[in-house]
Design a protein around this ligand. Structure first.
Ligand code: 9MR
Length: 329
C-alpha cells in the first residue's frame, strides 16, 4: 500500500483492510468540500483529498468526488463581495476539478439544491447575478455543470440529493430540471440519490419508479450515501430492538436489488461502513445509530451479508460498490 498522507483512519488496520478488501469505489465524506480544500480565499489544500486518491490507486479503486457546490458551504475564511461570487465559484470549480482530473471519475457537482416543495433552495449562489441567470432558478446549477465540464470533459457530472428518492414533489422538481437540461444538451450525466433511511419501511416501489423515470431520460443513478438508522439508547448506544438488525438487512437488500433492476443504476455507496464512524449518532444525539453494515468493532452485521448476497451474481461488474472515506473520529 502506498502510504496515504495523513487521514488517521487509513492507517487503522481494521479500517484500511476492510475498505481495501470489500470495495472498488471510494468517496471522501468531507475532505473534498470547500471547508477543507479552501482554508482561506487564497489557498487550496488538496492534501487530504490526495490521500484518498492515493489509497484508491493503491487498491485499484475508483474515486467519486464530493462536492463542489452546496448551499451549506459557508465560505469560512473567504472574504468576498456579492459581485465577486461568480468568479470565486468559477475559480473553485475549475481549480478543484482540474487538480483531480483523471483521478476522480465522477463529481457531485451540486448537492441538495431543492427544497421539499420542489422549488430551488435559497443559497448564496442561487439567485446571484452572473451565475443565476435572469429569473431561472436552475441557471446556477447549469452554470456550475458547464464550468465543471470545461475543467474535465471526461468526468461524469452528477447532481446529488436527499429525501426525494421516491416520487414526491422534490423529485418532481428535479425531474423537471433534468428534462430541461437534457433537452438542451446540458452537461449532466447522473443523479446521486443519497438514500439516508430513517424508518424501516421505505417505499421501495416508488423509489424504483423514480429511478426508472430518471434513467429513461438517459442519466445514470448512483446510490451515494445509503445508511439505515436504527433507534438506539442515547446513554449506551445500544440498539433498542435487536430484531431491527434483520429488518435493516432487508432494507439494504431491497435497495440494492432495486438498483440492480435498473440498468442505469451504476454505483451503490454506503455513507461509511463501520458504525464506529458515522454521522448518524452525533446528529441524532444518540437516539439513532448502528446504521451501517459493520458494527463498531468491524464485525459484519446481517446487512453486510444481505449486500454481499445481492451483489454476488457478478453484477458488481456493472455496479461499483463503494463507501466514503470518513473523517477522523
Ligand atoms: O457526514 C458528513 C459530516 O461529517 C459533515 O459534518 C457534514 C457537513 O459537511 O456533511 C455530512 O455528509 C453529508 C453529505 O456531505 C451530503 N449529504 C448528507 C450527509 C449527511 O449530513
Amino acid at each position: 500500500m502506498a502510504p496515504p498522507v495523513r487521514p488517521a483512519q487509513f492507517s487503522e488496520l481494521a479500517y484500511g483492510t476492510t475498505l481495501a478488501r470489500e470495495f472498488n469505489l471510494i468517496q471522501p465524506e468531507d475532505v473534498m468540500k470547500w471547508s477543507v480544500i479552501r482554508p482561506d480565499r487564497a489557498s487550496f489544500d488538496f492534501t487530504a483529498g490526495d490521500a484518498v486518491v492515493a489509497f484508491a490507486a493503491a487498491h485499484q479503486m475508483q474515486v467519486r468526488g464530493h462536492t463542489l457546490v452546496w448551499g451549506r458551504h459557508k465560505l469560512d475564511g473567504a472574504e468576498y463581495t456579492p459581485a465577486e461570487l461568480p468568479d470565486l465559484l468559477h475559480e473553485h470549480i475549475t481549480r478543484v476539478v482540474q487538480h483531480f482530473r483523471g483521478k476522480v471519475f465522477a463529481w457531485d457537482v451540486l448537492n441538495e439544491a431543492f427544497d421539499e416543495n420542489g422549488k430551488l433552495r435559497n443559497s448564496i449562489w442561487y439567485d446571484r447575478p452572473g451565475i443565476g441567470l435572469a429569473g431561472k432558478g436552475t441557471a446556477y446549477i447549469e452554470q456550475a455543470l458547464r464550468w465543471a465540464h470545461a475543467a474535465d470533459p471526461d468526468a461524469l457530472l452528477f447532481y446529488n440529493y436527499a429525501e426525494g428518492e421516491a416520487v414526491n414533489p422534490k423529485s418532481d422538481g428535479l425531474y423537471a430540471m433534468l428534462k430541461d437540461f437534457k433537452r438542451r444538451g446540458g452537461p449532466i450525466d447522473g443523479i446521486g440519490m443519497q438514500m439516508h433511511i430513517f424508518d424501516l419501511h421505505p417505499d421501495v416501489s416508488s423509489i424504483g419508479a423514480n429511478i426508472g423515470r430518471f434513467t429513461a431520460l438517459g442519466v445514470q443513478i448512483h446510490i451515494t450515501e445509503m445508511d439505515v438508522a436504527l433507534p438506539t439508547n442515547p446513554d449506551t448506544g445500544t440498539l433498542r430492538n435487536s430484531e431491527d438488525l434483520g429488518r435493516q438487512a432487508d432494507v439494504y437488500r431491497e435497495i440494492a436489488a432495486v438498483c440492480l433492476a435498473h440498468h442505469g443504476c451504476t454505483a451503490f455507496q454506503t455513507w461509511g461502513f463501520s458504525d464506529k464512524y458515522s454521522w448518524i449518532r452525533s446528529f441524532f444525539r444518540g437516539n439513532k445509530g448502528a446504521a451501517l453494515p459493520w458494527d463498531e468493532k468491524y464485525n459484519p452485521k446481517p446487512a453486510y451479508r444481505a449486500l454481499k448476497e445481492t451483489f454476488a451474481d457478478g453484477s458488481c461488474d456493472r455496479v461499483k460498490v463503494s463507501t466514503p472515506e470518513l473523517r477522523q473520529p
